[in-house]
Design a protein around this ligand. Structure first.
Ligand code: CA
Length: 217
């Protein structure tokens, strides 16, 4: 990930936090350096740069690659959002923003812009088959009709079968990061997925933490 930010007081903790999240971070402080960087998978771009305007950097980056660009800025006016997105930014975050929100947006942007990263073959977990490309689910060869949210929930749990996914992670991944609705929403969806899969053990509750995909034959 390329972090383009001239303010060291923002860039340093941001880079450290992103590294803790598992991202490999490269930091630059100017638009010129940003345009010279290559081999980058995601760009986090501050608009207020000392040399070239961030919008211009965004336009030039977009002109030559499909790299996901997340614009971060202190400017929050509607017009800037529109201009940023029209210049090819994939998302737009206004300072100050929460770190969790930033990470969720980065994940969303990289998912959205990299459909080819989805495995070509359906994932097989025992008798459960999840096809992320067609968004179809089968149990023992029989198709299960899930709603979009139910599918996202199951796909999220299936990313690492057997590993606990916390309620917060599910909210961040499956629901909008701005979601402040009742946390019961997750339970309602989990109950529905269990019912549709025909065996409640597919989705195990880890009390007080979250859920994990069960290991059924
Ligand atoms: Ca700046």
């Amino acid at each position: 990930m390329l972090v383009v930010e001239d303010d060291d007081a923002i860039a340093a903790p941001l880079a450290a936090g992103l590294e803790r999240e598992g991202f490999e971070v490269r930091r630059v402080a100017t638009g010129t350096a940003a345009l010279e960087a290559d081999g980058v998978d995601v760009v986090l771009l501050d608009l207020g740069l000392p040399d070239i305007d961030g919008f211009e950097v965004c336009r030039r980056l977009r002109g030559r690659s499909d790299v996901p660009i997340l614009v971060i800025s202190a400017r929050g006016e509607e017009i800037d959002r529109v201009v940023g997105l029209e210049l090819g930014a994939d998302d737009y975050l206004v300072k100050p923003f929460g770190f969790r929100e930033l990470v969720a947006r980065i994940r969303a942007v990289t998912r959205r812009t990299a459909p080819s990263a989805e495995p070509a073959r359906p994932q097989q977990i025992g008798s459960l088959e999840i096809d992320r490309r067609t968004r179809r689910v089968r149990v023992a060869g029989v198709e299960v009709a899930l709603t979009p949210k139910e599918f996202d929930l199951l796909a999220c749990l299936a990313e690492e079968p057997g590993t606990v996914v916390t309620r917060q992670e599910l909210l961040d991944e499956v629901w909008d990061p701005h979601w402040y609705g009742p946390s019961r929403t997750i339970d309602v969806h989990v109950a529905s997925v269990r019912k549709k899969l025909g065996d409640p053990r597919w989705v195990e509750t880890v009390r007080g933490v979250g859920f994990r995909l069960g290991a059924l034959p």
